[in-house]
Structures are given as structure tokens and as C-alpha cells.
Write a protein that binds this ligand. Structure first.
Ligand code: 1GP
Length: 263
């Protein structure tokens, strides 16, 4: 089911010759790899690491488990983390894995130049200007000092049975889980705006994951890759999300609670 990405890094350019046309091998972007996987219907899996919940000393054990799992990406971030030891966490992760590391920031203080890329999120389910444009503007001078691949992502929070950290921190309401048409319409608007990915989110530790009918409706409506996360707790739920149209599934809490989750 899962197809680990081939990570193309640190490739040397072709030798320059006077007589031959020079072809410089192109390093494929993380986004291009996601698009390629979607085109081939290869499903992707990200493990989310919340920096608030990991101790530096435990990272090498954690990464060993991630390397043995079907994960294709690592996301790092959380709703309220203030970024104190973020660089160290990512440096340690990178020393122990070849998987691409993407920031999944709750605010601009969670940007680290050590990662490979960033999901540049716009919280489109809410109407709080801070999460629609203000934080993004504040992030620019920080991002300009990094080589992070910036992947614009429409982030859509869906009601999941109780208040989640995203809802509390962003001071926005999630979209009605029964109004599938409106969620699909929001996702399509996000694509029209120019976002490259849609993240359909129930919230970390959600009681109820995003409904499968909603995943299916959104995936049929959009042509860009669809990420689904929040409240997914079993392998069968991961499969169901994939079968409904998710291109990439995010697992946070289930792995946090049991690092043998994928054994
Ligand atoms: C949260 O979608 C992610 O933003 C993962 O959620 O922690 O519930 O797996 P869980």
C-alpha cells in the first residue's frame, strides 16, 4: 500500500564539458514527489511529532521506529509550541532518517531552517485574519533566511465531537461535519486561491476523525493532493481514509501513545 519516496538529495551536477550539452540533474522538490505519488496512486503517510511532547533523549529511539514504519514523511509542529528546542529536535531527526521533514507550524515562532520544507498554512475554515494572512506576512522575513521549500496549504478544520487545540488557539470554529458540500466547496475555493495542498483536519486527538464521505467528496472535487489527519487511531482507519481518496494521512496521537503502532 505504502510506497516510500525516493529521496534525491546532494546529487552532484553533471561535469561541464566544452563539446556536450550539459544536463544538470534536477533535484525533485518534496511537492513534486507528492504530485508524482498521487499520479501513480501511491499513498503517503506522515508521522506528526509535536515538539512539546518529545524529549531530545528519546528522539533516536523514536526515529528508529519511524524508519521501520511505512511513513514517507515527518511533520513537526503543534498548536501552541513556542519553538525553544525546535532546531535541536530537527537536527537529531535528520541525523537519523532520510525521510523529508516538513514543518507544520501553529505560528511563525515554529519555523526552523533545519527542516526540508514547510506547510505554509492558511486556516480557511475560519475567519480569523491572523490565521488567514497576518501570521503568513510575519513569517516572510523568517522564511527568507532559510532554504525551506514553502508549500502553500489550505487548512480546513472539521468539527470532531469536542473542542480541539486548533480551535482553541486559533479562536475559530470548525466547519460542520454534516455539511459535506460546504467543506468540499471550501476546499475547491482553496485550490482556486492557489494552494497546492488541502489539509482536511479533525484536530489532534479528535474524538471523531473526518467522515469518509467527506474525504471522498473533497477528493473528487479538487485536483491537488489531499492530506487527512486528526483522530485516526488504527491501521484500518488509515486504509479507509486512503480508499476514500486521501493522498497522505497524518498520524500523531496514535504513534505518540504507542511507538509500536505500526508493528
Ligand atoms: C493533527 O492531523 C494531525 O494536526 C494528527 O492528528 O494527533 O489525532 O493523529 P492526531
Amino acid at each position: 500500500m505504502f510506497a516510500p519516496l525516493e529521496i534525491i538529495k546532494n546529487k552532484k551536477s553533471a561535469t561541464i564539458s566544452k563539446t556536450r550539452v550539459i544536463r544538470v540533474p534536477k533535484i525533485m522538490s518534496i511537492y513534486q514527489q507528492i504530485l508524482n505519488s498521487k499520479a501513480k496512486s501511491e499513498k503517503l503517510l506522515a508521522i506528526l511529532i509535536d515538539p512539546d511532547k518529545v524529549a531530545l533523549e528519546t528522539i533516536s529511539d523514536l526515529v528508529e521506529k519511524i524508519n521501520q514504519s511505512p511513513a514517507t514523511h515527518i511533520l513537526v509542529g503543534g498548536s501552541s509550541f513556542e519553538g525553544n528546542h525546535l532546531d535541536e529536535i530537527i537536527i537529531q531527526l535528520k541525523q537519523n532518517t532520510k525521510l523529508p521533514i516538513l514543518l507544520f507550524p501553529g505560528n511563525p515562532s515554529q519555523i526552523s531552517a533545519e527542516a526540508d520544507g514547510i506547510l505554509f498554512l492558511q486556516l480557511l475554515s475560519g475567519r480569523n485574519p491572523d490565521y488567514l494572512i497576518e501570521h503568513q506576512v510575519e513569517a516572510v522575513p523568517i522564511l527568507e533566511k532559510t532554504n525551506l521549500e514553502v508549500i502553500s496549504t489550505g487548512y480546513i478544520l472539521v468539527e470532531s465531537g469536542s473542542e480541539t487545540a486548533v480551535e482553541r488557539v486559533s479562536k475559530t470554529k470548525p466547519l460542520d461535519r454534516n455539511n459535506i458540500d460546504y467543506v468540499a466547496q471550501t476546499a475547491k475555493a482553496s485550490e482556486y486561491i492557489g494552494n497546492k495542498l488541502i489539509y482536511l483536519e479533525a484536530g489532534s486527538g479528535a474524538k471523531k476523525a473526518v467522515p469518509l464521505e467527506m474525504i471522498s467528496a473533497v477528493s473528487k472535487k479538487i485536483s491537488i493532493p489531499l492530506i487527512v489527519g486528526g483522530g485516526i487511531r488504527s491501521k484500518i482507519e488509515i486504509e479507509n481514509a486512503f480508499n476514500s481518496g486521501a493522498d497522505l494521512v497524518v498520524i500523531g496521537t496514535a504513534f505518540e501513545n504507542d511507538i509500536n503502532f505500526f508493528d
